[in-house]
Write a protein that binds this ligand. Sequence first.
Ligand code: PSU
Ligand code: MN
Length: 305
Amino acid sequence: MQIKISNEVKEALANGKAVVALESTIISHGMPYPKNVETALMVEEEVRKNGAVPATIAILDGVPTVGCSKDEIERLGKEGLSVTKTSRRDIPVVVSEKADGATTVAATMIFAALAGIKIFATGGIGGVHRGAETTMDISADLEELARTDVNVICAGAKSILDLGLTLEYLETKGVDVIGYGTDELPAFFTRKSGFKVNHRLDTPKDIAKAFLVKDELGLGGGTLVVNPIPSEYSMDADYIESVIREALKEADDLGVKGKEITPFLLDRIQKITGGQSLESNIKLVLNNAALASKIAVEMSNLNRG
Ligand code: PSU
Ligand code: MN
């Protein structure tokens, strides 16, 4: 099976340089065009500025690609919702049908691991949905964190999810949740959620050291690092909660479920807030890209040292 790794990423990996994986569902299904493309390119720039090489991951004409070009990112952004949102289960058919696929956190982790990339930055992960006790809607992202050896840096999860159940699921699966400079799980648009993280670490180096121990012991699986949105961009907690409730009610009324529910809610939240949430979303992704790059650089230094 052929996976394509860009020359730049291949060379960086061969030389033990810092590389940061980036997902593509956030481009096609997470933000509207052209902001999605602008953001994806800014995120790559942010990774470079912090001394690492970005590797945006997607499936293009059936070829899993690690290190998409600008044109490829533009193509995924333009395709938007018409490109297949590709999680673990979707990979075989998207590849065999030679289709384009925008990879979720789960699918991006799979290709990052195949390429040998250990650090991955995104906005928010999927998790246990509110009402999962009856719908059983639990994102494949959580199971992937349990089994695939890639560490994900995010801003927590949106409270479209049940954050308490998401943490319990991760605990059962042996996935550590590390708060960067925080004792509390951030809730994507806000810095607080009322839930404690499992560990708090205050420097990229401390986080890199923990990742190396996981490697040395061969524990496998991923880690979730949660990085609060910078205060100046965070949103009012009561306001965003009311917006999320409204979006959830609309989804319920329209009977939206399965893989469509997350993109539907993201789009509704953006529209109800008049784009204010999109601006926060962009800022937190950049913030995560910077942290992920610093951790990747520390790991590369520790590995060399
Ligand atoms: N949450 C966000 N933004 C996103 C996603 C989730 O705040 O863009 C995307 C990610 O690609 C994530 C996927 O992996 O949705 C999860 O979808 P599902 O819940 O269907 O597994
Ligand atoms: Mn789901």
